[in-house]
Ligand binder design. Structure first.
Ligand code: URA
Length: 224
């Protein structure tokens, strides 16, 4: 009972040999609901569900699936997991020197909801600054700043001051080096950057740098 290739699976679907939850499926583009019962020629299949992980990204790791020169986030996962889940990809990259919450999934629609600028899923960063934050800087960040070589101002961000040189910044866009560029545009400088939260998913404090865990069902469902 070896797995079908994509081509074989498509053929089986077109030949009406696949039933999902008691209904014959002819459409190969349909999204399989979690927990669906799938029959191939009357035999029940074990369906490998989508995978959703959070990783506490250490510094010095690039947010890529493959990189010949640097260690990547996927290199931190066990090889069995990578082999099982060929479509595993990062939902929202971080710079190599940024640490914290990185989401990985096989579910392309889900990662689109995390990263699409239209959907505006908020991301919260803990930002260490080179100089104490000024009230005027907070105001600028909360209104929107112009980034170098970018025609549109940033969308209003939320700022919480934890210490004079440590803030929490929540943004709902994901432009290139956005947080570093926002602080530079506002006259400060990012010394260290750590992502704490994406939507309602908070980095689990039990995860040491480099460690990962599966998301809970509630965490998965919270994106959307
Ligand atoms: N903003 C940045 O500048 N870098 C990141 O890694 C994430 C957001």
């Amino acid at each position: 009972n070896s797995p079908l290739s994509r081509k074989e699976a498509r053929r089986a679907i077109h030949a009406s040999n696949v039933e999902v939850n008691g209904e014959v499926w002819k459409d190969t583009g349909k999204h399989l609901p979690t927990g669906a019962q799938v029959l191939l020629e009357g035999q029940q299949l074990t369906v490998q569900g989508e995978r959703y992980l959070m990783l506490n990204k250490p510094a010095g790791i690039v947010s890529a699936t493959h990189d010949s020169e640097h260690s990547t986030a996927l290199d931190l996962l066990p090889t069995e997991l990578i082999e099982l889940t060929r479509n595993l990809h990062i939902a929202g990259r971080l710079d190599a020197d940024t640490t914290g919450l990185l989401l990985l999934t096989t579910d392309g629609q889900w990662s689109h909801r995390v990263t699409s600028p239209r959907i505006e899923c908020p991301k919260t960063y803990r930002v260490n600054l080179s100089t104490p934050i000024l009230d005027s800087t907070i105001q600028d960040l909360e209104t929107g700043v112009m980034l170098h070589q970018d025609p549109k101002p940033t969308k209003p961000a939320q700022v919480t001051v934890l210490e004079p040189q440590l803030i929490e910044l929540t943004i709902s866009e994901g432009r290139y080096h956005q947080v570093k560029r926002m602080l530079a545009a506002a006259g400060n400088h990012v010394v260290a950057l750590h992502r704490q939260r994406i939507g309602d998913i908070v980095l689990d404090p039990v995860l040491e740098p480099g460690a990962y865990r599966e998301l809970t069902e509630q965490e998965v469902a919270s994106i959307g």
